[in-house]
Structure formats: C-alpha cells, structure tokens
Ligand binder design. Structure first.
Ligand code: ATP
Length: 310
C-alpha cells in the first residue's frame, strides 16, 4: 500500500503559556516597536494544537477559553502553518484544531503559543526535520513571543523580545493566575505606557543581575523580591480593578503579585504547592476574579504528544 491510501495521521503538539518575570520597556524605536528586555518563564497552562492534512486551510477552536479566538485565516496558528509551507515549498493544506487552556488576550501569549505549536506540529506532519532554531526564526516574523514558546524553559528575550538567551533557573516555581473578565489589547497597553512616560527619561533596558541570582537560587522568596513589569502601571491605569486583585492575593498569602505581560491576567508567586492551593481557593472564594488557574514553571516549549487529551 502506498502512502496515498493511508488515512491522514494527525499530529498534536502541547504548548505552554508564559509569564514575564521581568518586563523592562525601553523607548519607542523607529520601526514602531519598543526595545524590550524580558525574562520569560514557560508555565503549565497549555494549549493542545492538532494538525491534519486537509483539502483546505481551516481552524477549529475548542474548550471553555475558546471565546474570542478567530477560526479564520487570521488565527495565528494558521498563519504560522502557512508561513512554514511557503518557506519549505509544501503544497498541501492542513486543518488545525486548538484546545485552549491559555487565557485569551490575557498577557500570556496564547496566540503566539498556538503559532509555535503549529510550526512544531507541521514540521512533524510534513517530516521536515527542521532545527528548533530554524522554526524560531520563522516564528519571530509572526510575533515577538513565538520563538520563546518554541523554546520554553526560562529565557532572556531582547530586541522586541524575539532574541533569546537561556537562563539557569533551579527548581520549580508555583504560580496562581487570576483571570479577568475580557482581555486587554497589547498595542493599547503599550500606547498607554508611552502616554504615562511622555516626560520621563527611558534608559536602554537590560536584565537585572538580582533577578538572575534569584533564579539560580531556586528560592521563591528571592524571586518574589525581583519580579517587575513596566507595563503594570499602564495595565492598572486602564483597569484600576487589577490593583485590588493584586492586594487581595498578597493578603491571601502570595509572595508577590504582578500583572502578566500586558494583562489583565495577574500572576501570583506562591511559596510552594500547598500555599498555591490555599491561595487559589481564597481567590476563588473572594469572587473578585473571573477564574483562577494554578500552574508551575519552568516547563518545556512546544512538543509533540501522543494525541489530543480531553
Ligand atoms: P501577548 O501576551 O502575546 O501580548 P495575549 O496573551 O495578551 O498576547 P492572545 O491570547 O495571544 O493575547 O490573543 C490576542 C488576540 O489575538 C486575540 O484577541 C485574538 O483575536 C487573536 N488571536 C489570533 N490567533 C489566536 C490564537 N490562536 N489564540 C488566541 N488568540 C488569537
């Protein structure tokens, strides 16, 4: 039997979301982007992305967090798969099914994660055998966070965030994420930070040695002291309720609370697994947040798994 007679075999890739442990925003560059220095950590809130050969390009989005994600060619996963096909001169289409476990428009790079997953999945489906670095390079044209979600772990991102260098991080950190009603648009948050800082001198951003030391120590109390997000001020200006959520989490025992990326998800760092559980219960009971998720990090970047998991 030739391969033409075989039923198409789907490939599923699991991809994490990210939290920015440090997000330093420099000035606006001539190309319209800000220079960034960020330290990403991949966390165990996952999307599962399945690709299968099809007559036409298409996309289906499932799961309780699917609301607001396009099922058209605008979906970042479809754009990524098409970009890979173009670069490698592949002439077939795929249908992509995304099971969302990463909050949408929540500052956790869910769309970029799906693009990263689609690249890794199509690489396997089409038996291209591309190096991770090659996929990261194609991903960088689709979004600044895509290369990191191919790579995973903990890494410094510079440039627009797309130039990566790995970071030594010991141990596992425990996170609780407070999900907010509705999303925040990343460009709007950047515009707000420009407005708020119009009269300030903005230094060229670079990773702080104290944060690197805290990651090497594996001690969450050290890490808590050095979490920083320059976009937090803008996110809170646009959504004042986020400050209350942060204050609640700290009162319920979090070591630190920080807006994740451009928000509005708030990431709380917990001392350990048990404290994270208690914190998640207290935040849920407070009724102040839409939903709560626990996760740990760092975890692997986009990787093939045996099949879609319900
Ligand atoms: P970032 O942290 O990278 O700024 P985000 O987590 O705030 O991003 P996303 O979840 O990536 O935001 O979604 C931003 C918008 O991108 C959504 O509102 C949606 O319209 C669009 N989008 C396109 N493809 C996807 C996808 N596969 N998953 C989620 N959103 C997508």
């Amino acid at each position: 039997m030739t391969s033409a007679h075989l039923a198409p075999v789907p490939v599923t890739v699991r991809v994490p979301g990210k939290v920015n442990l440090e997000l330093l925003v420099g000035g606006l560059r001539p190309d319209g982007f800000h220079s960034l220095s960020t330290v990403f950590q991949a966390v165990s809130l996952h999307d599962d992305v399945t690709v299968v050969e099809a007559d036409d390009w298409g996309c289906t989005v499932t799961g309780p967090l699917a609301v607001g994600v396009p099922e058209s060619g605008d979906n970042l996963a479809v754009r990524a798969a098409r970009a890979l096909a173009r670069v490698t001169e592949i002439d077939t289409a795929v249908h992509i099914t995304i099971r969302k476990g990463i909050p949408v428009a929540g500052g956790m790079a869910g769309g970029s994660a799906d693009a990263a997953a689609a690249l890794v999945a199509c690489d396997r489906l089409w038996e291209l055998g591309m190096a991770r670095e090659e996929l990261e390079e194609i991903g960088a044209d689709l979004g600044s966070d895509v290369p990191f979600l191919v790579a995973g772990g903990t890494a410094i991102g510079s440039g627009r965030g797309e130039r990566l260098a790995p970071v030594l991080a010991r141990g596992t950190f425990h996170w609780v994420f407070a999900l907010a009603e509705g999303g925040l648009s990343t460009p709007t948050v950047f515009a707000e930070i420009d407005r708020l800082r119009a009269d300030r001198d903005i230094p060229e951003p670079s990773p702080t040695p104290e944060l690197m030391g805290a990651l090497r120590s594996g001690d969450p109390t050290q890490l808590a002291l050095h979490l920083r997000n320059d976009l937090q001020e803008a996110a809170i200006a646009l959504r004042p309720g986020l400050q209350e959520v942060i204050d609640d989490g700290l009162e319920f025992g979090a070591l630190a609370g920080i807006v994740s990326g451009s928000g509005p998800t708030v990431a709380f760092l917990a001392r350990d697994h048990e404290t994270a559980l208690d914190l998640a219960v207290a935040l849920t009971a407070s009724g102040a947040v839409r939903d709560v998720r626990r996760a740990h990090g760092p975890v692997h970047g986009a990787h093939v798994i045996p099949g879609p998991v319900d």
